[in-house]
Design a protein around this ligand. Sequence first.
Ligand SMILES: [Zn+2]
Ligand SMILES: [Zn+2]
Length: 182
Amino acid sequence: MPIAPPQSSSRSHNYAIVTAIMAIPFGPSNISVYGGRSNYSDAGLAMNLPQTGGCQCGKIRYEIAEAPQLVYTCHCKDCQRLTSSAFSLRIVVVESAVRLSGIEPRALQRMADSGRTNTRWVCPECGSWVCSPPRDGMMRVRAGTLDDTSWLRPTRHIWTRSKQPWVMFFEGEEIFEAQPPA
Ligand SMILES: [Zn+2]
Ligand SMILES: [Zn+2]
């Protein structure tokens, strides 16, 4: 019986590329530019308003008229599973500055590690998690759904006790092992 040929290497090759891309924002080459900065405008990252974005299929779109108050990452196990990645990246924007358009998002709920019930709005067509319903006058938008992600620079990291070991932070950034105090 002939020995089966080795499986195509394309799959493992793709994994290597994804890993490399994800590692870039935390790589040592960025330290000289962004190290210790807590504000993305200080870091010289250009951001234009309004910001636009949407789900993967484009049936949900949004426009954001104001700069976000916060850009942060969440390393909780649920975010890792829901994003099928190492962490989620979010921006926090004043509710009145966000305008959603297109089809109506589907609301999905989960019990968060913090004990709170979290609702996420996903596109019913393509399944992209776009944002969460407004809470305390603020909208939390999934940063990866922005059309322009070049200016994103997280300054806060939460639930770091379950972060991947290769994720590193810069001096001056806010780090919380679990949910930050309200
Ligand atoms: Zn969609
Ligand atoms: Zn999370």
